[in-house]
Ligand binder design. Structure first.
Ligand code: PBG
Length: 353
């Protein structure tokens, strides 16, 4: 007889009494029954890069499987995402010309503005989130207007506000400022409200670290700073309390939800934020995290599928409700295969009973 999950000593011999936690791991069905965190394609937001031109699909060297797409390619991409169950995209643009004022960022005919309109025309229900930052549009690669050799915070704010309004006018469902300037969320909120876009939410990259994991992204959009780095505005990797301050400030200024970025080296930040704040928290599984998995998988050093799904579930388990990830399409396909497999197994065991 068993009591409290323990084997009585008399039945097991003198060996010991112990708890049998393995009982709940014996079969796929049992493991599924007690799994605390599950991934679905609906958890993913897929980041995409948009370039000028027609019929362009440029592979990004350091991000195998990712491309720069011209606007005319977006309809097909969105169809694929929809068929995989992925609900949204996060758009980045590579403009034809970059200048000191980042004018491509707030041009109503800019690359991302046109991309938003094309996606919304093609599939109005596809969720379109647009990054708001100057770094893809400045010739020097910095996140704002320069003054005295550094990013001038206060002169950058109107540029960001104008960009957000222009993207909202193009039809963006959500704007996501990633620049880490002080006061940006409040400035953007006020500008959106004044322009009649009080319904457009702000997804703020509230806790964005100065990270080497953004390396491949900067190749993808050619946004590496011409001099210096981003440590004067992005956060120091040693800090977690400071991330909570950043999130609190952004929420106070009017952010509706927040991003923590990168994800994998910052799972503790996600966890602490999840416990502290009652708003949706997204994690950005960034380009360098993706590139490492791809590189090791190409060499046959790791099992790409298992490592990817394990990575994504870890980010969700840490407390992120949604994941912005370049793995989105692959992961959605693998999850669909797993579901199909589970059904086959269940059906097979049912017929054998
Ligand atoms: C800034 C921005 C960056 C990323 C997203 N938005 C780069 C940076 O701060 O240098 C990085 C995303 C990634 O690495 O996947 N516009």
């Amino acid at each position: 007889m068993r009591r409290n999950g323990r084997e009585p000593v008399e039945e097991r011999g003198a060996s010991a009494t112990f708890k049998r936690t393995r009982r709940l791991r014996r079969s796929a069905a049992l493991r599924g029954l007690v799994r605390e965190t599950a991934l679905t394609a609906g958890d993913f937001i897929y980041p995409m890069f948009v370039v000028e031109g027609e019929r362009v699909r440029n592979p990004i060297g350091s991000m195998p499987g990712q491309f720069q797409h011209s606007v005319d390619q977006l309809g097909a991409e969105v169809d694929e995402l929809r068929s995989l169950g992925i609900p949204g995209v996060l758009l980045f643009g590579i403009p034809a010309v970059k200048d000191a004022a980042a004018s491509g960022a707030y041009d109503d005919e800019g690359i991302v503005q046109r991309a938003v309109r094309e996606i919304k025309r093609h599939d109005p229900a596809m969720l379109v989130i647009t990054d708001v930052c100057a770094c893809e549009y400045t010739d020097h690669g910095h996140c704002g207007v320069l003054g005295d050799g550094e990013v001038d915070n206060d002169r950058t704010l109107p540029l960001l506000a104008r960009t957000a309004v222009s993207l909202a006018a193009a039809g963006a469902d959500v704007v996501a400022p990633s620049d880490m300037m002080d006061g940006r969320v409040g400035t953007i909120r006020a500008a959106l409200d004044a322009a009649g876009f009080s319904v457009v939410p702000i997804l703020s990259y509230a806790a964005k670290y100065a990270s080497a994991f953004y390396g491949p992204f900067r190749e993808a959009v050619a946004s590496a700073p011409a001099f210096g780095d981003r440590r004067s505005h992005q956060m120091d990797p040693g800090n977690v309390r400071e991330a909570m301050t950043e999130i609190a400030i952004d929420l106070e200024e009017g952010a509706d939800f927040v991003i923590i970025k990168p994800a994998l080296a910052y799972l503790d930040v996600i966890r602490v934020a999840r416990e502290r704040f009652d708003v949706p928290i997204f994690a950005y599984n960034v380009s360098g995290e993706y590139a490492m998995v791809k590189a090791a998988a190409e060499r046959g050093w790791i099992d790409e599928r298992r490592v990817t799904l394990e990575t994504l579930i870890a980010i969700k388990r840490a407390g992120a409700g949604r994941l912005i990830t370049y793995h989105a399409k692959d992961a959605a396909r693998w999850l669909a295969e797993e579901r199909a497999m589970a059904h086959t197994l269940t059906a097979a065991s049912a017929t054998h009973d």
